[in-house]
Design a protein around this ligand. Sequence first.
Ligand code: ZN
Ligand code: ZN
Length: 367
Amino acid sequence: MNAIANGEAAAPYSTRIATLRSRFAQHRIELLLVSSLPNVHYLTGFSGSAGAVVVTNRTSVLFTDTRYDIQAHQEVRVSEVKIVKGDAFSAAAKWSRRYRERGVGFEGDTVSYAAFQRLREFLPNKRLVAVAGLVESLRMEKDEGEIEQIRRAVDAGSRAFTETLRYVKAGVAELDLAAEIEYRMRSYGAERPAFETIVAFGDHAALPHAKPGTRKLAANECVLMDLGAILGGYAGDMSRTVFFGKPSNKAAQMYRAVLEAQLAGEEAVREGVTSASVDLAARRVLERHGLGQYFTHSTGHGVGREIHESPRIAPKQKMRLPERAVITVEPGVYITGFGGVRIEDVVVVRKRGPEVLTRTPKELIVL
Ligand code: ZN
Ligand code: ZN
């Protein structure tokens, strides 16, 4: 799909590249070689599977190979496009030689050791600076167009989830429900699932990242589902836990505690608060219910072009949430041999508080 069909014009790319340049000085670089594909996509609009972009103070150039000749010219509005034979990263590095500037930044957290050696070979006279998380930090603050895309992805997931509930019946397999969810997300415009859909029954739900299998649903079991669609290049992410047959008192209590924690976490979201404070708001509720030890992961994560991106919503994360960051709030309780409950929404950080994008209700559902 080209950039125009995606509803994206040139403006966001010019803004993103300009913002990136404004950060060069603090990293003591005059040129940045971007090779992480979600970052390449963010800066140029190019969605192919091989490419690198060089950004200098004067220009930005996308390098990709002959397979993407037509696509790159359709998608890229602001950067210059160079089609090369073979490896785009090497071509971008060689091209960077022509610049007099000495400070060359590269993405130290994603460039392989072999690629780094090539950089050294092609740019012997440059000062190579490993910058980590630079484009990622820009990506954290979404623009309204991006938030709209995430809202669409979230809606596709919500609709798929709601429609799949009618298949929650005795004897259905975890894999059947996962297939149903993924099929329905695609029918609502998803390009693909954002991650492997999780469907887990009964005590299998005690594994936070359970892999759906052939296990068949029996009476009085919980059904934990975690799903997300990629739509227009952006990810959604939601978890819901429903009960097939009347939940036991212990299970119902667990559900109420997780829901209370999830609402408290969401309520804590606003511009300027630390990630840790959102995590703590949810964690504290579960601790008060005596379930703190069963909440074994962090409360959430950023979501956007990738299913997991900055910021991390976890203990000790001192970073303050910027306006328009998009995060998940997803506390859970997992008791070995018993079961698990997780409830997850996608939330936009706003000045005055949270904007919850996930419209699916969260009251306990008994089927
Ligand atoms: Zn999830
Ligand atoms: Zn998540």
